[in-house]
Design a protein around this ligand. Structure first.
Ligand code: ATP
Ligand code: RIB
Length: 300
């Protein structure tokens, strides 16, 4: 099974603090660390650790951060032959504050904004060679739209994780195979409809993640909440990325939606127990060691 992730790659600059400064105020924090991030890279690494053949498409700068980002992807088994190194923009970064068991993030897209619709011909054969193409909202909207159109025309499945939030035209909504907003993103995409209305409208396609509550979808007959696993989170950064990659992996290997979401909840629950977006992402072996791992998830 082959997944191509077209998306962002970044360095995360992570500050852990017990006090949040007001505007104009200076406070002392607890610690600082850098970590590998970017929703695209995170989802590529998560899927690769779960045993899928993964290729990354996107752009990094010609700086040392870009080199480290590429090395990390390669170390995690991700094919980077379709990642461009641009000279006119630095590598992307995310500036994360961890406070009170949650995060707030400022993203500087930089090179991630250089992935243009006109670039598609450079990686078209990679898309055509994929069982599923995964997208997020950290590259330009026009590029995502061009890729969704391309995949639609060629019968390639797509999963859009619409994070960070931005509106999505109905035409693209129809062409996407799976859409996985959290509740905030869902409210931006479907502003005038209730959660139940939109879930019923897009059965087995729309999955809304609910943080520590799990995820909800409609199976064509009824709405179903698939509960999260109860754990003590260390750092929830990347929970959504792990969830998306694990859901995609499980669906590609033939699990039905409810089982794929249970598998994704377990992967994400493991990931929130490690520091950094990619720090806690499990391998398939680690998943199999969990008491909650189900024998029927035998897709390898
Ligand atoms: P993020 O942007 O923080 O990566 P998100 O907002 O895209 O995440 P969430 O809905 O917060 O997505 O979480 C995604 C999935 O991660 C949930 O559906 C759940 O499976 C898992 N998860 C998140 N938080 C927790 C938690 N505290 N305990 C267990 N599982 C969690
Ligand atoms: O989803 C988590 C990611 O979002 C972080 O790694 C950070 O790069 C932000 O873009």
């Amino acid at each position: 099974m082959k997944i191509t992730v077209v998306g962002s790659m970044s360095t995360d600059f992570v500050v852990t603090t017990n006090i949040k400064p007001d505007q104009g105020e200076t406070v002392f924090g607890e610690k600082f660390a850098t970590a590998f991030g970017g929703k695209g890279a995170n989802q590529a690494v998560a899927a690769s650790r779960l045993g899928v053949e993964v290729a990354m498409v996107g752009a990094v700068g010609s700086d040392d951060f870009g080199t480290a980002i590429l090395n990390n992807l390669v170390e995690n088994g991700v094919d980077v032959s379709c990642v461009e190194r641009v000279t006119h923009a630095e590598s992307g970064s995310a500036h994360i504050v961890l406070y009170d068991h949650d995060n707030s993030i400022i993203v500087i897209p930089a090179a991630n904004n250089e992935v243009m619709p006109s670039n598609i011909e450079r990686f078209a054969s990679q898309l055509l060679n994929s069982d599923l193409v995964i997208l997020q909202n950290e590259i330009p909207q026009a590029t995502n739209e061009a890729i969704i159109d391309f995949c639609w025309e060629h019968g390639i499945k797509t999963l859009l994780n619409p994070a960070p939030a931005r509106p999505l035209a109905k035409d693209y909504l129809e062409k996407i195979t799976y859409l996985t907003p959290n509740e905030h993103e869902s409210a931006i995409i479907f502003p005038d409809q209730s959660r139940s209305q939109v879930l019923a409208k897009y059965p087995n396609k729309l999955v809304i993640t609910l943080g520590a509550m799990g995820a909800i979808y409609h199976d064509g007959k009824k709405e179903e909440i698939v509960p999260a696993f109860e754990v003590q989170p260390v750092d929830t950064t990347g929970a959504g990325d792990t969830f998306n990659a694990a859901m995609a992996t499980a669906l590609l290997y033939g699990l039905k939606m409810s089982e794929a979401l249970r598998f994704a909840n377990l992967a994400a629950a493991i990931s929130v127990q490690g520091f950094g977006a990619q720090g806690g992402m499990p391998t398939l072996e680690k998943m199999k060691e969990q008491p909650q791992y189900e024998k029927k998830w035998h897709f390898k």
